[in-house]
Design a protein around this ligand. Structure first.
Ligand code: COA
Length: 388
């Protein structure tokens, strides 16, 4: 019996800011964003959107033809939690009408926790092969305005349905791990925007990747030559290319830039337009790889590297199941990205002032998103969601 990803889908926000707009306002050559960071747009939530509405929208896509009574576990991974106590997944559970006979919990470790959720969920599925585990990775990446991180913001959710005998990807049991206690990116409780030492975080990411790869090898993982492509966590898409260059150099596999690009660029199509989505970004990259790789991926092996500052890295692998093409949603996904409303810098600034009332009063939120789920109000410090 195999265990892995039965289906996977993403959702994102109502708005997007073209980075050409930010470059113009900041007097920066747009090449720095388009080429240097590999980013073209960033998804920006409307005031009635958040990690719950995005998570519910993504999950709805993978649950369409699923018997909901099989879903007994929901693991919600996020850096941008909306409550210090209640798991965001419980709101999603309610919005989707999942059975009360289920467990729901939230996981946190910067951009890494979705991978912990996948590994924990696979262990559960292995124990109860008739059950399915729903993993939701959902994040809004926010840095201070004017900081070097500002052009690497973004927002998205990915829903992953884990099962026995999956239809899409068989996740292999070997996994390479690396944890070190470092301060490259963090967010104290009093801040709603992350703090980051950007250049340092890049170096820690490189070290974590090499160490996780070495551990993956020591755990009996597949040799480098057996991989057709690699999906990396993408704080910005150029990071994936730089990371792969660094890894291949470190482990003595000399690849020219065409070979590097062939193994990485198919993973970047959607992240280029979404921006960083923290826990979701690796899996947005995976969807892009499956949908945009020029070759038939049947039975081919894919490498995945998950990185969460602070720092935890994990390298693992999966093989593509015959018939996977039937589950892809390329046209739908491109239409989803195209349907976002492009905004100017002034609107972007107004959206920074998102609702976070502290007076315990009644705060209805105007309808902006056309999505199925929205944050309708924050009343008496309670978030009120509606579906339509
Ligand atoms: N045309 C093309 N490329 C240009 C350019 C131009 N006009 N101007 C600059 N660049 C390139 C730079 O050469 C650099 O590429 P390189 O690293 O391959 O040399 C790239 O654009 C970025 O420029 P840099 O000066 O390094 O940017 P920065 O210091 O302002 O910010 C980050 C980069 C990543 C540090 C910043 O966006 C950040 O802090 N992001 C959040 C944290 C993060 O994403 N960390 C990643 C690991 S988790």
């Amino acid at each position: 019996m195999h265990y892995g990803i039965d289906d996977i889908a993403f959702s994102t926000t109502h708005y997007a800011l073209p980075l050409s707009e930010l470059a113009q306002i900041q007097g920066i050559d747009v090449g720095k964003f388009h080429v240097g960071l590999g980013q073209e747009e960033m998804s920006i939530p409307a005031h009635d959107e958040d990690i719950v509405t995005m998570g519910a929208a993504a999950a709805k896509r993978v649950l369409k033809d699923v018997d909901l009574s099989e879903v007994r576990t929901v693991l919600f991974a996020t850096e941008s939690g909306i409550d210090q106590s209640k798991a965001a997944g419980v709101y999603v559970h309610g919005l989707l009408g999942l059975p009360t006979t289920s467990r729901v919990v939230e996981l946190k470790q910067a951009c890494y926790s979705a991978t912990a959720a996948v590994q924990l969920g696979l262990a559960m599925v292995q124990r109860h092969p008739k059950q399915k585990v729903l993993v939701i990775a959902s994040d809004v990446a926010r840095y201070d305005l004017g900081s070097s991180g500002e052009p690497t913001q973004g927002a998205a959710a990915v829903a992953i349905l884990l099962s026995a005998n999956p239809r899409l990807l068989r996740v292999e049991p070997e996994s390479g791990l690396h944890t070190t206690d470092v301060m490259d990116f963090w967010r104290p409780n009093h801040r709603n925007r992350a703090l980051v030492d950007g250049q340092y975080s890049i170096r820690v990411y490189f070290d974590s990747l090499t160490a996780a790869w070495q551990d993956y090898q020591e755990q009996g993982g597949a040799p480098f030559a057996d991989f057709i492509g690699f999906s990396y966590h993408q704080p910005f898409t150029r990071m994936a290319v730089k990371a792969h260059q660094n890894l291949t150099r470190a482990i003595g596999h000399k690849l020219d830039s065409d070979q590097i690009n062939a193994q990485i660029l198919p993973t970047t199509n959607y992240n280029r337009r979404i921006g960083n989505s923290y826990t979701a970004s690796l899996y947005v990259g995976l969807i892009s790889l499956l949908e945009n790789h020029p070759e038939d991926l049947t039975d081919k092996r894919i490498g995945l590297f998950s990185y969460g500052s602070g720092a935890v890295g994990e390298f693992f692998s999966a093989t593509v199941v015959p018939g996977y093409q039937e589950l892809l949603r390329k046209d739908e996904n491109i239409a989803l990205l195209d349907s976002r409303e492009l905004i100017d810098h002034e609107t972007y600034l107004k959206l920074q002032d998102y609702p976070e009332p502290t007076d315990g009063g009644e705060h209805p939120i105007a309808s902006a998103t056309q999505g199925e789920f929205r944050l309708a109000a924050i009343n008496n410090d309670q978030r009120i969601y509606e579906s339509r």
